[in-house]
Design a protein around this ligand. Structure first.
Ligand SMILES: [Zn+2]
Length: 221
């Protein structure tokens, strides 16, 4: 079985889209693409676009769309993208989505299939702000959903658990709010184009996986 299409996973941080994208990409033998990975790869390989992006990234600034989209087009022209691919967290804005539509058309792909991972914001907040990381081995726990046996201590190596600054409730709140602001219009854009499907990102990994399978089967038929 081959995917033969562009899949786009949209969802807030913590909605589980990365986990699902990885699993489906492995199963379907298609690349799992995020702009972060593409940027790092282009910089590492020293491509023309990578060289342009490098100083911008080093200054901590946002890499402009023309570089991002150039990189996307380059990535999609590689042989391993011929039978489809999964975008994880890209596009982020309507202009990027419009340009991506053009790239897909040029490369002979039809409309993308877009999956929105929807999660109740209370649940997301618990999922994200409950996350504590082992200072020794990097294992992650969730004090609500998957607590360590002894509070504050890693089960595996006894390391002290710490909360990354990104996972503090006030930071999480801001990350979620900015995702909402940015992504709502994008979700509407894809809905208008009739390519949007929604999954419940608060379900278990296996359940979300099943839901995605059904969507993919339906889309094939
Ligand atoms: Zn540990």
């Amino acid at each position: 079985m081959s995917l033969n299409r562009a899949l786009i996973f949209l969802g807030p941080p913590g909605a589980g889209k990365g986990t699902q994208a990885k699993q489906i990409a492995e199963r379907e033998r298609v690349p799992h693409l995020s702009t972060g990975d593409m940027l790092r790869d282009a910089v590492a390989r020293g491509t023309a676009l990578g060289q342009m992006a490098k100083p911008i990234m080093e200054r901590g600034e946002l890499v402009p769309d023309d570089i991002i989209l150039g990189m996307v087009e380059e990535r999609l022209s590689r042989p391993d993208s011929a039978h489809g691919f999964i975008f994880d967290g890209f596009p982020r804005t309507i202009p990027q989505a419009e340009q991506l539509d053009k790239i897909l058309a040029r490369r002979g792909f039809g409309k993308p299939l877009v999956i929105e991972f929807r999660v109740d914001s209370e649940k997301l907040l618990r999922r994200l702000s409950g996350r504590w990381t082992c200072s020794v081995g990097g294992e992650t726990y969730n004090i609500y959903e998957r607590p360590p046996k002894v509070p504050g201590v890693c089960d595996r190596d006894g390391g002290k658990l710490v909360q990354r600054s990104d996972d503090r409730p006030e930071v999480v709140n801001e990350r979620l709010a900015s995702y909402e602001r940015q992504t709502k219009p994008l979700v509407d854009y894809y809905r208008r184009h009739g390519v949007l499907e929604v999954v419940d990102g608060s379900a278990s990994i296996a359940e979300v996986n099943r839901a995605l399978d059904e969507i993919l089967k339906r889309a094939e038929g």
